[in-house]
Design a protein around this ligand. Structure first.
Ligand code: GLN
Length: 535
């Protein structure tokens, strides 16, 4: 049996307790001890992947280098661990069923009745074990989405039960629950936790470690009581008090000795295992703590009502602010509310503007108004994916005088489709299949601002789009100062535009936000913020 250790993280009592942050934090601590760690997320919903989900449903759709449209928790994993994740790091019930059904159609089950147990559970386990058997990791930390007790979670809990049975000491279960504080009684209540652990036990899983999310500190007495009721030793009951920043959580978990408890339970000699070296992490947090001067940035997009919809952009900007010794104050502005008439007034308070990615034509006019304001008033502006496409449309209309310039996505009939679908993609009917997804190379033009920013001539960035800059208009744009400075040479696609008559006006067809991490902030965001504060 492989030496890889498998850790499962389940959640109880309520959703949104931060299983993803807890998993990433534990991963970080183990990694900082010198172990090779990967985090995985299993999502109990039936969508095959979150690619077709509206961001209002599950927040941002994250994209891995290998082109998988993934749950946003993979973004946390990458930002914390600074290690890339792949398709195998995220799985949904839909994909598991799809794969089992494909096998059934192929006749792989040799006439057997195909059932949740063992076929679905086997498929779940196969995908977890695949990471372990790759030989690349000492620890696989698998987070089970949803809340224990949900109908959808049952096969996953059963898979955990089986893995614990099969892998014994090499497998561990952590259950994260919530301990509410009743203000009227001035008391923390552990009963929901007890019930949640019972639900887990009913599925045959005895948690080895409990992490109690709480707004107030939990006494040792209470920990003892929870441990006793839940068959968990008192010293394996850990509390996770609300933190100021998600990046504080690994340190809080270190203070609670979570990594030590995990190692001990998995049979390591904690005394001879190196301590977690969190110096870089601490430096980052110190910088963050000390940065009191603010930088005010507006993010113009159409999904602003949900905090999670632009998660990676927020985090990338906050990394960039920290490394520039500033505190990020990010205002998300609903693009639908912006017009040519009010843009100057609404955007006046901001030192920089980011135009968000997106799909469909709602809010496009607002984005165009914001871009025009930024361009004409020398406000640093970063357009991401759809944001870049809007920069192209705005420039064509207002600078090149092509009044009907548009994207075929919004207006299929326009004769001036400055943004258009790639020829070979026009014939595809499957919406998912027509998307350009994952990391592609991009060559940077000698002498461009972006080449200076990146400090190299070829970069790899992640994509998620169907439409592209229409090369027919390239000379026109370049002659007017909008330079195409990043090119995918093989497919002859424009990846970056840069306006030379402006202090910082850059549009990128890719998503730099997916690859900014705590210890490796993204150069584009860094330079964007740096320029803002120098102006
Ligand atoms: N809707 C645009 C396209 O498909 C942009 C996508 C995006 O912003 N991710 O090309």
């Amino acid at each position: 049996m492989s030496k890889t250790k498998y850790i499962f993280v389940t959640g109880g009592v309520a959703s949104s307790l931060g299983k993803g942050i807890l998993s990433a934090s534990l991963g970080k601590l183990l990694q900082a001890r010198g172990f090779r760690v990967t985090n995985q997320k299993l999502d109990p919903y039936i969508n095959v992947d979150p690619g077709t989900l509206n961001p209002y449903e599950h927040g941002e759709c994250y994209v891995t280098v290998d082109g998988h449209e993934a749950d946003l928790d993979l973004g946390h994993y990458e930002r914390f661990l600074n290690v890339e994740t792949h398709k195998v790091n995220n799985l949904t019930t839909g994909r598991i069923y799809q794969s089992v059904i494909e096998k059934e159609r192929r006749g792989d089950f040799l006439g057997k009745t195909v059932q949740v147990v063992p076929h679905i559970t086997d498929e779940i386990k196969r995908n977890v074990i695949a990471l372990g058997e790759s030989g690349n990791f000492d620890f696989v930390i698998t987070e089970i989405g949803g809340t224990v007790g949900d109908i959808e979670s049952l096969p996953y809990v059963e898979a955990v039960r089986q893995m614990k049975w099969e892998y014994g000491k090499n497998c561990l279960s952590i259950h994260l629950t919530y301990v509410p504080y009743l203000a009227a009684a001035q008391e923390l209540k552990t009963k929901p936790t007890q019930h949640s652990v019972k639900a887990l036990q009913q599925g045959g899983v005895q948690p080895d470690i409990l992490v109690l999310r709480t707004e107030h500190r939990i006494s040792d007495n209470m920990k003892r009581k929870v441990g006793l009721f839940c068959n968990v030793s008192e010293d394996a009951v850990v509390q996770s008090v609300d933190a100021k920043s998600i990046y504080q959580v690994p340190l809080n978990m270190q203070d609670e000795h979570l990594d030590e408890i995990v190692l001990h339970k998995l049979g390591f000699d904690v005394n001879t295992t190196p301590k977690a070296d969190m110096r870089d992490w601490n430096d980052f947090l110190d910088k963050r703590e000390k940065a009191t001067e603010e930088v005010h940035i507006a993010l113009v997009g159409k999904y602003v009502q949900l905090h999670d919809a632009y998660m990676s952009i927020r985090e990338s900007l906050s990394h960039a602010a920290t490394y520039n010794n500033r505190r990020l104050v990010l205002s998300e502005i609903l693009s639908d509310t912006l017009t040519e008439d009010n843009a100057a007034e609404m955007l006046k308070p901001y030192q920089g503007i980011v135009i968000a990615p997106g799909f469909g034509n709602r809010g496009i006019d607002g984005k165009l108004a914001a871009i025009r304001y930024a361009r004409e008033n020398n406000i640093p502006c970063l357009g991401i994916c759809l944001g870049m496409q809007c920069m192209v449309i705005e420039f064509a209309r207002n600078v090149l005088g092509i009044r009907d310039a548009d994207s075929s996505e919004f207006n299929n009939a326009t004769p001036n489709n400055v943004i258009d679908m790639m020829e070979e993609q026009k014939t595809l009917v499957n919406k998912g299949a027509s998307m350009r997804l994952g990391a592609y190379p991009c060559d940077l033009k000698e002498g461009s601002h972006v080449m200076e920013i990146y400090g190299k001539d070829t970069i790899y960035e992640r994509h998620r789009h169907r439409y592209e800059f229409n090369n027919k208009y390239k000379t026109n744009f370049e002659n007017a100062g909008m330079r195409c400075v990043g090119i995918n040479t093989k497919a002859d696609l424009v990846e970056i535009i840069e306006y030379e008559k402006h202090p910082w006006f850059v549009g990128v067809q890719f998503h730099p936000e997916y690859s900014s991490t705590v210890l490796r902030p993204h150069p584009l965001f860094l330079d964007f913020v740096k320029t803002i504060i120098c102006i």
